[in-house]
Design a protein around this ligand. Structure first.
Ligand code: ADP
Ligand code: AMP
Length: 215
């Protein structure tokens, strides 16, 4: 199964991707996670990406396309993958198509998670991530342990620097300008499958699974 999860920041792509990984045993490819790891390691790519990410801008296409191309060639992607946060521009989608066709593959489905803007802002301001194991939480909708630490590993929770309200606005604007055109792009390719992302996390998961199984 070769999937893309499309949707604005805070739509629930990462949350749903982790659940799909468990269910289908295929890897999540999150360009956001890969870039944050590069920033943490202070690698040359991380140093280049950091300013863009902190201001809520997109990292240049050639940087993300390079990391996705490399990742798709790895053995664990042979049976399928879940792209989370990529592609985010039309040139990225064109490059993805090219990379997959070189590997003799094509996308099975692009799940588009639809969520109202007000809900997105609430989700992002309340999002917390475990600094140790990476598990995601929400202070209200998916709360951590009573001690305010990660309920899986006890690690400390962090509030992403780009989840502050001023940066969120930039990210939303960038989404509408640069990423939203991908809905039409994939509708034209007959792979776009909209899912109502306003429901509870487990209900959204059930809907994604039923959409995929109807294929
Ligand atoms: P994305 O990867 O699309 O940016 P996340 O999966 O990180 O979004 O979700 C953003 C925040 O919203 C997280 O704190 C997550 O716990 C919460 N969340 C995800 N899905 C839902 C949902 N269906 N209802 C309420 N909160 C949600
Ligand atoms: P995310 O975790 O998906 O919300 O991504 C966090 C940040 O990483 C984004 O705001 C961008 O700065 C950068 N990023 C992640 N994926 C991409 C992408 N496909 N293209 C450009 N920038 C990206």
């Amino acid at each position: 199964m070769k999937l893309v999860l499309l949707g604005p920041p805070g739509a629930g792509k990462g949350t749903q991707a982790v659940m799909l990984v468990e269910r289908f045993g295929i890897p999540q490819i999150s360009t956001g996670d890969m870039l944050r790891a590069a920033v943490k390691d202070q690698s040359p790519m991380g140093l280049k990406a950091k300013e863009y990410m902190n201001s809520g801008a997109l990292v240049p296409d050639e940087v993300v396309v390079g990391i996705v191309r490399e990742r798709l060639q790895q053995e664990d992607c042979q049976a399928g993958f879940i792209l989370d946060g990529f592609p985010r521009t039309v040139p990225q989608a064109d490059e993805l198509k090219k990379a997959l066709s070189e590997l003799g593959k094509n996308l099975d489905s692009v799940i588009s998670l639809e969520v109202d803007t007000d809900a997105l802002v609430e989700r992002l301001t309340g999002r917390r991530t475990c600094g140790a194991c990476g598990k995601g939480f929400h202070l209200k909708f998916d709360p951590p342990g009573a001690d305010g630490r990660c309920s899986v590993c006890g690690g400390e929770l962090v509030h992403r620097e780009d989840d502050q309200e001023a940066t969120i606005r930039n990210r939303m604007d960038n989404y509408h300008q640069q990423t939203a055109p991908l809905e039409e792009y994939y509708r034209t390719e007959n792979v776009l499958q909209p899912v109502d992302g306003m429901q509870e996390i487990s209900v959204v998961q059930q809907q994604i699974v039923s959409v995929l199984q109807a294929d």
